[in-house]
Design a binder for this molecule. Structure first.
Ligand code: IMP
Length: 204
């Protein structure tokens, strides 16, 4: 069986990826199992940061590596918080701190003008020096609510209104969120691309 290392400590991402890659005969291991140190996310784009994380894991483990980078883009804030989503209110900021800052910065923006989207860039590098990574992008459109709703999810989920389901993403069942979300879309796109590559003897 072929093995890839996942450059994340998020157990939800690990479980999903394992389930999707098992039918292709690919085993997923975590970078924690190899004691990989965290990479500094110094890129200016989601895809750069995802590549930095995947390259770091591939280099340390000597294995193909998958990583993702994601965040929230708000039109009225010219795309902020973007790649800085997890540290919008500072390096030690909690999800609540970030949500509070977002609401504060949008206090003068009326509901119809609060368009936003989650972005997720997921990459697979065959090795640390792979010049042709597989790259997949997922985008989830919505609006920023005037006040938090729901208790599920994480990050900005209580503030992200999902028009197709008339609720906040924090009010969705986890399986529904995975089906709709930027991360679910990117993951399925990556797996489809890997499937093609496996058929073409890549990773064999
Ligand atoms: P990361 O890609 O896991 O580092 O996520 C970056 C940041 O974007 C998170 O800390 C959250 O603030 C935000 N974010 C990314 N995906 C989601 C999501 O599905 N729901 C809510 N917030 C998210």
């Amino acid at each position: 069986m072929n093995t890839v290392v996942l450059a994340t400590s998020n157990h939800g991402k690990l479980a999903e990826l394992r389930a999707l890659l098992a039918p292709l005969g690919i085993e997923v291991r975590t970078q924690a199992e190899f004691g990989v140190p965290e990479a500094a996310e110094t890129g200016l784009t989601f895809v750069e940061n995802a590549l930095i994380k995947a390259r770091n894991a591939a280099r340390h483990c000597g294995l193909p590596a998958i990583a993702d980078d994601s965040g929230l883009e708000v039109d009225a804030l010219h795309g902020a918080p973007g790649i800085y989503s997890s540290r919008y209110a500072g390096h030690e900021a909690t999800d609540q701190d970030n949500c509070r800052k977002l609401l504060e910065n949008l206090r003068d923006v009326a509901e119809p003008e609060r368009h936003a989207r989650f972005q997720c860039l997921m990459v697979l590098l065959e090795s640390a020096t792979d010049p042709t990574p597989i790259i997949s992008q997922g985008t989830w459109e919505g609006r920023i609510l005037l006040a938090p709703r729901g208790t599920g999810g994480f990050g900005y989920d209580p503030l992200f209104y999902v028009p197709t389901h008339d609720c906040a993403s924090a009010e969705l069942a986890p399986a529904d969120k995975n089906r709709l979300s930027h991360r679910g879309q990117a993951l399925r796109g990556l797996v489809a691309a890997i499937g093609w590559s496996v058929e073409g003897d890549w990773l064999a």
